[in-house]
Write a new protein. Structure first.
Length: 108
C-alpha cells in the first residue's frame, strides 16, 4: 500500500479532507444529527439511539472529535458532546465557495 502525501497539500486541503472523511460514515452522520436534535447528551444516550455497541459508538465519537466536528466536556463520569459550530461553518463556507465557482463557470 502506498503512502499518502498529505504534506504536499495545504493545511486547508488536509483539514477539509479530514472533516469529510470523518463524515463519510452513516453512523457518524446519525450521531451528528442526533446531537443537533438535543441540547446536550452523554455517550450512553447516543448508544441508546443507534443499533451499535457502546465501543463502536465510542470509536465513531473519537473520529468525529478528532476531526473537530464535535467537542466534548467531562461532566462527572460522563462526557457531554455537542457539534462544534465553527467546524460546520467552515464546511458550509467550503461548499458555498464550490457552488459560487460552479455558478460562474459552467462545467461540461
Amino acid at each position: 500500500m502506498g503512502i499518502t502525501k498529505t504534506d504536499v497539500f495545504t493545511e486547508h486541503h488536509n483539514k477539509m479532507a479530514a472533516v469529510l472523511k470523518a463524515l463519510a460514515h452513516p453512523a457518524r452522520i446519525a450521531i451528528v444529527e442526533y446531537l443537533l436534535s438535543v441540547d446536550a447528551c452523554i455517550c450512553g444516550d447516543i448508544v441508546n439511539e443507534l443499533p451499535l455497541a457502546q465501543p463502536t459508538v465510542s470509536q465513531h465519537l473519537k473520529e468525529l472529535k478528532s476531526a473537530g466536528i464535535i467537542k466534548g466536556s467531562i461532566e462527572g463520569k460522563s462526557i457531554c458532546y455537542c457539534v462544534d459550530e465553527s467546524a460546520i461553518n467552515e464546511l458550509m463556507q467550503y461548499f458555498q465557495t464550490i457552488n459560487q465557482k460552479l455558478n460562474i463557470k459552467k462545467c461540461c
